[in-house]
Design a protein around this ligand. Structure first.
Ligand code: DNO
Length: 389
């Protein structure tokens, strides 16, 4: 693997020097100042690239070039935004950056209910509790029609839980959903969120899929011309939320995207944590089956405390993804391709070592440092044990 690390630019509490000292060769970054739909100017790409280069690494993966909501809905200025997206891809390619991660989740990017779930050792990590989400949806946001989307058991449990949840905790869930996480483009008020959801009325699963495939097929000639690989990030969590469709959640969705979008440059970010949010997903099988078009990986693990509640693992190698088996498949694919793939240790616990620093949620130094070291150890161990890899 090529050791990757997500860097949020100058606003990031973690410095490039620290990243380099973690053993990283490949930085994963974006032009965060640019809003969805804007063209990324070559001069700005080059300036960021130079910073990374001066620190002894290479900016090789973009995460993300965000897809404007108009493109997802095919409304408003979507044609202009697609043209701009193509231009950004051309500009990135001119600078030699050819791996682009993005997602096609409507309104929200990834979603969690608790950004500071306490583990027994006093460290914290991110948690997703579907009951809290449903409680927030039905009783705080009061989204019209929300009850219809939950089954009786979920409704009852969410109602019980919400009733006894202290106001402070209710706010914690609301903040986590509306403004908690890096990657999310704008912080939203409940009213703004409801209004954004409303703009998706009439866009069902089928329509959103069509819009995504059309977008990808429209940019495919640019991918062919420049060699840029587009790597979609799986939905996180991998199922519809707040009445919004989610269309890249499992093996079936990946198969359909590959079929509808024949360019080999339309590929996947293999994110084990996102896929792991559905216990039925099997990341090893997904790598085996779809690995030829995997161009970037996020590796981490989850632990479940209930079938609808999970948090991030203590160890990147242990949890509901069989990381050693997955890594074996990953190494086979690298060997087949004759090329290394960038992996970033995705998220990490917040440890004592980072106390006092304003790290982005999930993107602490210590937690990811351990994650990367674990992955490195796994790679060396597997290569040692299986000489062929
Ligand atoms: C979360 C991230 C996501 C990801 C985007 C890609 O930690 O993996 O925010 O960057 O979904 O567009």
């Amino acid at each position: 693997m090529k050791q990757g690390w997500r860097w949020y630019g100058d606003a990031d509490a973690i410095t490039l020097r620290e990243i380099r000292q973690a053993g990283v060769t490949d930085v994963v970054a974006a032009l965060y100042e640019r809003k969805p739909g804007e063209v990324w100017p070559i001069a700005e790409i080059k300036a960021r690239q130079k910073k990374v280069k001066d620190a002894g690494m290479v900016w090789s993966v973009v995460e993300s070039v965000p897809v404007h909501e108009d493109i997802k809905k095919r409304t408003g200025n979507y044609k202009k935004y697609i043209a701009n997206y193509k231009q950004t891809l051309r500009n990135l390619a001119k600078c030699g950056i050819k791996t682009v991660c993005y997602n096609f989740m409507p309104v929200l990017d990834w979603t969690r209910s608790n950004l500071e779930y306490a583990l027994p050792d006093g460290s914290t990590c991110l948690e997703y509790n579907e009951y809290e989400l449903a409680g927030f949806d039905m009783f705080y946001l009061k989204r019209p029609g929300a009850e219809k989307e939950y089954d009786a058991a979920m409704r009852a449990k969410a109602a019980r839980l919400w009733k006894k949840l202290p106001d402070k905790e209710k706010k914690r869930v609301a903040d986590a959903v509306l403004c908690g996480l890096p990657g999310t483009v704008d912080d939203l008020t409940p009213e703004e969120f409801l209004a954004a959801l409303k703009t998706y009325e009439g866009i069902d699963d089928k329509k959103l899929r069509r819009n995504m495939y059309d977008f990808l097929n429209e940019i495919s000639p640019v991918l062919e011309e420049t060699g840029v690989n587009m790597c979609i990030h799986p939905d996180d969590p991998p199922h519809p939320i707040f009445g919004l469709p989610r269309i890249l959640s499992n093996a079936k969705d990946i198969a359909q995207m590959y079929k509808e979008c024949p360019s080999k440059h339309v590929g996947l970010t293999l994110c084990t944590g996102s896929l792991g949010g559905d216990p039925k997903n099997n990341a090893v099988e997904i790598m085996k089956k779809f690995g030829r078009r995997v161009y970037f990986c996020h590796f981490r693990n989850l632990e479940y405390t209930d079938d609808k509640v999970f948090h991030e693992s203590q160890c990147h190698l242990v949890g509901n993804t069989d990381m050693p088996r997955l890594f074996e498949e990953f190494l086979k694919e690298e060997k087949r391709r004759g090329e290394k793939i960038v992996v970033r240790p995705d998220h990490g616990r917040f440890l004592e070592i980072d106390k006092g620093r304003k790290c982005y949620c999930g993107y602490s130094y210590g937690g990811r440092l351990i994650g990367l070291a674990e992955l490195r150890g796994l790679e060396i161990g597997l290569k040692y044990a299986k000489k062929g890899l």
